[in-house]
Design a binder for this molecule. Structure first.
Ligand code: C5P
Length: 402
């Protein structure tokens, strides 16, 4: 599921102060196993030196249209031809305008014009330049031609100004790069996957709730792995402090009832549901309109009512591959197998609750009608990829690329 391993990615860097952040992106893509060829415009070289990118990617930086080796193909179009993905980060107003106009007056624009690979564009510029109708029209042109143009971030610019024009964070750009590569050749391309993550908060009054220790990390990792596989992912997330994975459709919820409604809406037309969320079994029977005062009593009784079982309510959806999680403190296998049966699931993923909730690593056992498969203890991101691979292997026809 490592969608960027051995992929040829061209990182086009233009002249913006955000070019220093492109170095972080080059590093992260290279560490992921991609072969990153950095092309710098002349202006980019005034902001960051080529040796920085060369050291991070382990490959020569390209800037001169006339200095390319001719490996059988005309030099200046060779790069674009062999690329799996072109990432423009940062993309200045000038670079965007030149690409929209179809110019090929330097190595970067020539490469973009000559490539058939997907192109991802991360704009970075002064807020006035971004808002200018000329830039907006150029961006609309790129989008119309199939370029994935990200929204810039809002915030403080290099000059003392706040506005819309900051380059999206490298992790966000990388998430979108993974999504594009997945959609081009991943095992889940064309499929729709729904993942629930985190815990739920069941309100007692406007300031208090009943919750649990779920961090959301495992579910977020599963959503990211499904995205990398090329799926269109809806992530239904309870309250979580972690940043959600980029390039997924995020639906934020708070309570079990909200999660049920969001999951039921999202699974319409979906192929796979992974219910990782730690849904509260009970909620307070009443939610006080105003903050409850402690008064003089030494005890307080809270009446709880049962929440609906989201997974069990989907028993009739035979077309949907349904995967649940079982976090237990004891009798793991027995509880997992009874949930597999009772909730009408295709697979249940069991883990030891205390050793996994809130931890970075997880050890899981996958139970389905064919038996059990234990995965070694590993970081949740790796476990997520391994789980998805196992699910795809188990139902190759139902989850085949379309
Ligand atoms: O019954 P238990 O909560 O242990 O089952 C865990 C599995 O069932 C998880 O996949 C969880 O997301 C799901 N679940 C649910 N609706 C609930 C409670 C749990 O779908 N109300």
């Amino acid at each position: 599921m490592n969608v960027i391993a051995n992929k040829q990615i061209i990182l086009g860097v233009s002249g913006s102060i955000a070019a220093y952040k492109a170095a972080e992106l080059a590093r992260s893509l290279s560490l992921g196993g991609a072969l990153v060829d950095v092309i710098m415009t002349e202006a980019a070289q005034r902001f960051v030196g080529a040796p920085t990118f060369q050291a991070l990617t382990g490959r020569p930086v390209l800037a001169d249209m006339w200095a390319l080796p001719e490996d059988g193909v005309v030099g200046h179009v060779a790069l674009g031809r062999r690329a799996d993905l072109v990432v423009l980060a940062p993309a200045t107003a000038n670079t965007i305008a030149r690409i929209a106009a179809g110019l090929s007056d330097d190595l970067l624009t020539t490469t973009v014009l000559a490539t058939s690979a997907p192109v991802l564009c991360a704009p970075a510029m002064n807020p006035q330049m971004y808002a200018n109708p000329a830039t907006q029209a150029n961006i609309a042109t790129l989008r119309q031609r199939g370029v994935a143009v990200l929204e810039p971030g809002f915030g403080r610019m290099a000059e003392p100004q706040v506005g819309l024009g900051r380059m999206p964070e490298p992790a966000v750009i990388e998430g979108h790069a993974r999504a594009l590569l997945g959609r081009a050749g991943g095992p889940l391309r064309g499929r729709r996957v729904v993942v629930s993550a985190g815990g739920t908060h069941e309100p007692i009054d406007p300031v208090r709730f009943i919750g649990n220790r779920a961090s959301g990390r495992m579910g977020f990792a599963l959503a990211g792995a499904a995205r990398d596989g090329g799926a269109q992912v809806t992530l239904v997330a309870g309250p979580a402090a972690l940043p959600p994975p980029p390039a997924v459709d995020l639906v934020r919820v708070e309570t079990a009832l909200q999660m049920r409604d969001a999951v039921y809406a999202a699974v319409e037309g979906a192929d796979l549901l992974i219910m990782n969320a730690a849904v509260a079994d009970f909620r307070p029977a009443e939610r006080a309109e105003r903050k409850i005062k402690k008064g003089d009593d030494d005890e307080m009784l809270l009446r709880l009512v049962r929440n609906p079982d989201i997974l069990a309510g989907l028993a009739a959806r035979r077309d949907l591959v349904k995967v649940g999680f079982a976090a237990e403190t004891h009798d793991l296998a027995a509880y997992a197998l009874s949930k597999l049966e009772r909730k009408g699931l295709d697979m249940i993923i069991a883990n030891e609750a205390v050793a996994s909730i809130g931890h970075d690593d997880i050890e899981v056992t996958l139970f389905d009608a064919q038996g059990a498969q234990r995965l070694p203890r590993q970081p949740k991101e790796q476990a997520a990829a391994a789980i998805l691979e196992a699910i795809i292997r188990r139902w190759p026809a139902r989850l085949a690329p379309t």
